[in-house]
Design a protein around this ligand. Structure first.
Ligand code: CMC
Length: 444
């Protein structure tokens, strides 16, 4: 992670432009077009307001690029996802999660020595300041673990003052390592707290995913051996969720960080945004939906509801803002799901069968075909988590554990970007124009 570095020449204005005509005055404006290394070109509207006195209007940002980034690339039409140029399928098959963390943070795959040092450095940040465990006691036992995550991660800034100077690259690096290292500990503690078991301290002789599963399931009463197939599956799930360019939570982290807020506060903001059912909360919602559907013969009824504009019900785990093709992560997830169920000796898991049938019917339905609605990453992940014994309310927490590295990589990239400014969108105001104040006694 370098200090503010000079912009390189990847972003080029190739001399292309768009001409905008004001039909009233007849004036024409030339808007430069910027080309990235791959993917659609962008129209540079930064001078639009100054030159034309108009803003762009794009609620939901369906046509707006909010930043320049070198971290993750998605081609939604072709179903392609790459971290730092590497295909997600290759990474999920050949790398482990720590290798992905290094790649996302530093832009390159680590060599042996770099990997060893990185794993060592991150691992030695897994322990939480002891007072933080007391902090949990303030939450109700039945708190949603995502509520605990928002609170505890935000509170880290009150405990680790020595890594909150965002202009100091070393502080940023330490904060990034701390967040990646401590997130599984915070998540496992949230689970242990909810079931009334003692917290299990991290074990630095275990790998990242093993350590997480150990903190989730071990108790002080007996030895607990982590199943290596489940640890590998967990690692793969973390890889698949590690980053996804400028989604809602990542954009939230960037926006919070653009004001100069400290990294722990920014990641807590990201966790809050992830919680919603349209985003990371979908994995929990998929399981709830499958349970509500209950049996294959009720699928048509729910498909009908999903298509009904007057019914707020949506097929959870289906559709994506960017993918208009099969989400490449969903395929790996389905494969991992079968692996986990085989390992656990679960035959004919009714929810998996229901999910596969629902997918089959939806993919043949004209509504879903026409709108290009395919299963997304959340469609199968819940079934794997459930088979591993993870309660539904923890599903989105696992997403947050995995996405933390993406958030910090994007946050670092933003701070190092010399063109970075505070994020401050404008609006189309449609409220009252100027009104005269009416004193209380004169109001009707
Ligand atoms: N079920 C039924 N209809 C849907 C669905 C769905 N799951 N998703 C989209 N549509 C329809 C929607 O009603 C709209 O129809 P119309 O054009 O007639 O108004 C059309 O498809 C386009 O949908 P949109 O809401 O305008 O698209 P969006 O890009 O704003 O929303 C989404 C994307 C992911 C929020 C949405 O597809 C959705 O709500 N899916 C279910 C929740 C879910 O699975 N979320 C996880 C996303 S992947 C992981 C992550 O990002 O965290």
């Amino acid at each position: 992670m370098a200090d503010k570095k000079a912009k390189d020449d990847t972003t080029q204005n190739m001399g292309k432009s768009f001409t905008l005509t004001d039909n009233q005055s007849g004036k024409q404006y030339n808007l430069p077009v910027i080309e990235g290394s791959t993917g659609p070109d962008v129209i540079d509207v930064r001078r639009l307001y100054a030159d034309t006195d108009h803003f762009t209007y794009d609620p939901g940002f369906t046509s707006t690029g909010s930043c320049e980034s070198k971290v993750t690339f998605i081609d939604g039409d072709k179903g392609i996802l790459r971290y730092r140029g590497f295909d997600i399928n290759d990474l999920a098959e050949h790398s482990d999660f720590m290798g992905i963390c290094y790649l996302l943070l530093y832009g390159e795959l680590p060599n042996k020595d770099q990997k060893k040092k990185f794993v060592h450095d991150v691992t030695y940040h897994t322990l939480l300041q002891e007072q933080i465990s007391v902090f949990y006691q303030g939450f109700r036992r039945d708190s949603h673990p995502m509520a605990i995550m928002c609170g505890v991660v935000g509170a880290l800034s009150a405990f680790y003052h020595d890594s909150t100077d965002i202009n100091n690259p070393r502080h940023r690096m330490i904060a990034s390592y701390r967040l990646i290292a401590k997130m599984p500990t915070i998540a496992a503690y949230a689970y242990k707290y909810s079931i009334g078991q003692p917290f299990v301290y991290p074990r630095n002789d275990l790998k990242y995913s093993e350590n997480f599963l150990h903190m989730m399931y071990a108790t002080p009463c007996e030895d607990y051996k982590v199943n290596p197939v489940l640890a590998r599956a967990m690692d793969r799930i973390l890889i698949l969720h590690a980053d996804h360019e400028q989604n809602a939570s990542t954009s939230t982290v960037r926006l919070a960080g653009s004001s100069g807020a400290n990294p722990f506060a920014c990641i807590a903001a990201g966790i809050a945004s992830l919680w919603g059912p349209a985003h990371g909360g979908a994995n929990e919602a998929v399981l709830n939906m499958l349970e509500e559907i209950g049996s294959k013969d009720r699928i048509p009824e729910f498909i009908k509801r999903a298509k009904d504009k007057d019914d707020p019900f949506r097929l959870m785990g289906f559709g994506h803002r960017v993918y208009k093709n099969y989400d490449p992560r969903a395929k790996v997830m389905e494969h991992t799901c079968h692996e986990v169920l085989d390992e656990l000796g679960v035959k004919d898991e009714p929810l998996l069968e229901l999910a596969m049938e629902l997918e089959r019917i939806a993919l043949e339905d004209e509504y879903f075909v026409a709108k290009k609605l395919y299963p997304n990453v959340d469609f199968y992940s819940g079934i794997i988590f459930r088979a591993m014994g993870i309660p539904t309310s923890m599903f989105t927490v696992l997403f947050a554990v995995a996405r933390t590295v993406g958030w910090v990589a994007q946050w670092n990239e933003m701070i190092e970007d010399p063109s970075q400014k505070i994020g401050r969108p404008r609006q189309l105001y449609t409220g009252h124009t100027k009104r005269k104040y009416v004193p209380l006694h004169a109001r009707v």
